[in-house]
Design a protein around this ligand. Structure first.
Ligand code: AMP
Ligand code: MG
Length: 492
């Protein structure tokens, strides 16, 4: 542990409310120090939002803290207990390679979990080494920051430090620690852990009350606050998954332990953005059945939420049958809620500011053509935004000409005509997404050559996805087609 008295105050201001919950819900777990940490990525924007001094984070002491070599004042490191359905199979898990330092209270009074991912073994590590490789941590940094810029609720990344220690995977890889920032790390799996006998029923209730206090205080006034909790979680997920679908984001591992109750996207392991529009798209090498394919995400979310609802049954109603009825009623609403968000934002992607009953078929016809012509998802909407029809593979067909005419007529029927549709479309259709080949290129340069400039430039471009500026053009190109489909790996 190093001590450096000249370092300016970083601004750490911790509370540890999670550590005041019943002890069955976590284990005290100190980060394991690393050999020679170096800061390789840091977000000034995230630091600012947290009330942290970015300069202080870059100081020696700042880096020691981000590596887990030193604890900031007020931190009380714990590993959270949770369970989860992984690819449908229930397992007890817990933070096996992450420690929660505590909750940073911002100058504005907001509360954010500060978690070090890759900080060493914990009582939940099972056979794992508790560590993370540099590539996947940089990947999480890039994707989470891109998601945020796209306007999608997500955990964020404050920093990545290299550890100076290799981790053994298929090959030896450089190790790293990511500082993750989250509204909380409460997951569907946290409740599954509690409900599966990990805690007493009073403790389950304490956990539910804590979740309500932290994320949904508005339901405290409701007659059945646990029903309110279920409703809120369902609503946030419906909105989140709709946003994923609308930008072509594929999470890749929607296990119940990777679904945050706050409604943030979390755990960017094998996730990736879809290029060619195809609902069957799967990138993850371990998802051989396509359980978590793009087109399945809404259904999987509903399935996960049903697992969440099951954990709440004892709190929903004293009579189990009544409780099941209440829970089912809410779960059934997910599809409708999801669809409502999806449709309204799809309308915006087509520049439609009002509603007509035929809109959905207009959208479906477009998607069908995109699928049949293997059109690039993001670039098709860009082409429609800027009237560059010839840029889409559908162009020149009678079907597309017919569709286009219908769409234009629909725009003309809007109260304000088509006048503002381009504006609406520009702000609803991103110019850039973190395309797989660009992310890989950035990671390759960073990990193999220690060259972080490619990643920094990519991050800059991804920070303003709706700018549609000239310098973004080179990031809009699709990868040259290869015989091998793009694969992402869980070997994080
Ligand atoms: P993830 O796939 O990152 O959502 O992780 C699933 C579970 O495996 C979580 O409980 C992790 O803490 C645990 N895990 C993943 N990698 C490691 C590792 N290298 N060492 C210990 N536990 C791990
Ligand atoms: Mg996880």
């Amino acid at each position: 542990m190093t001590e450096e008295k000249t370092t300016p105050e970083a601004g750490w201001n911790f509370d540890n409310s999670y550590a005041r919950l019943p002890e069955s819900l976590y284990q005290v777990a100190n980060p394991t120090p690393v050999r020679s940490p170096e800061l390789v990525a840091a977000s000034g924007e995230v630091a600012k939002a947290l009330g942290l001094d970015i300069q202080a984070l870059h100081s020696r002491q700042g880096i020691e803290i981000l590596a887990g070599n030193q604890l900031p004042e007020g931190a009380l490191p714990i590993a959270q207990a949770y369970a989860g359905h992984q690819f449908g199979y229930f397992t007890k898990l817990g933070d096996g390679r992450a420690v929660l330092l505590g909750e940073q209270i911002t100058p504005g009074g907001e509360r954010y979990d500060i978690q070090l991912k890759g900080a060493g073994r914990t009582p939940f590590s099972r056979g794992g080494d508790g560590r993370a490789a540099l590539g996947p941590m940089l990947r999480e940094f890039i994707i989470s920051e891109a998601m945020h810029a796209l306007g999608i609720p997500t955990t964020r990344s404050l920093a990545v430090v290299t550890t100076g220690q290799p981790v053994q995977r298929d090959t030896e890889l450089p190790g790293a620690v990511l500082t993750r920032v989250a509204a909380s790390h409460l997951r569907v799996g946290t409740f599954q852990y509690a409900a599966a006998g990990g805690t007493s029923s009073e403790e389950l209730q304490t956990l539910a009350d804590y979740t309500i206090q932290r994320h949904f205080p508005e339901v405290l006034a409701e007659e059945n606050r646990y029903l309110g909790l279920l409703q809120q979680v369902i609503q946030r997920q419906a909105e989140l998954i709709a946003k994923w679908q609308l930008v072509g984001f594929i999470h890749g591992v929607m296990n119940t332990d990777n679904m945050a109750l706050s409604g943030e996207s979390i755990d960017f392991g094998p996730c990736a953005f879809m290029d060619t529009y195809d609902p069957d798209t799967v990138f993850s090498s371990i998802d051989q059945e396509g359980r978590y394919a793009y087109g399945n995400q809404p259904q999987i979310a509903a399935w996960n939420l049903a697992r969440f609802a099951e954990t709440l049954l004892p709190l929903l109603h004293a009579d189990r049958e009544e409780a099941v009825k209440l829970a089912e009623g809410e779960i059934y609403r997910f599809t409708e809620l999801f669809h409502g968000h999806w449709l309204s934002e799809m309308r915006a992607k087509l520049g439609l500011s009002n509603e007509e009953p035929e809109d959905e078929s207009l959208i479906q016809e477009l998607l069908e053509m995109m699928k049949n012509t293997r059109a690039d998802y993001t670039n098709t909407f860009r082409a429609l935004t800027f009237g560059k029809l010839e840029d889409t593979p559908m162009y020149g067909t009678n079907e597309f000409a017919g569709w286009y005419e219908k769409w234009q007529a629909r725009l003309d029927r809007q109260p304000e005509g088509a006048a503002h549709s381009e504006e609406l479309m520009r702000s609803s259709n991103p110019a850039v997404i973190p395309r797989n080949h660009r992310v890989e290129e950035a990671l390759q340069a960073a990990v193999t050559k220690g060259d972080y400039s490619v990643m920094e430039r990519l991050l800059e471009v991804l920070a303003s996805p709706y700018a549609h500026s000239a310098d973004q053009l080179e990031y809009t190109t699709v990868p040259e087609s290869t015989s091998r489909p793009y694969r992402t790996y869980c070997g994080t």
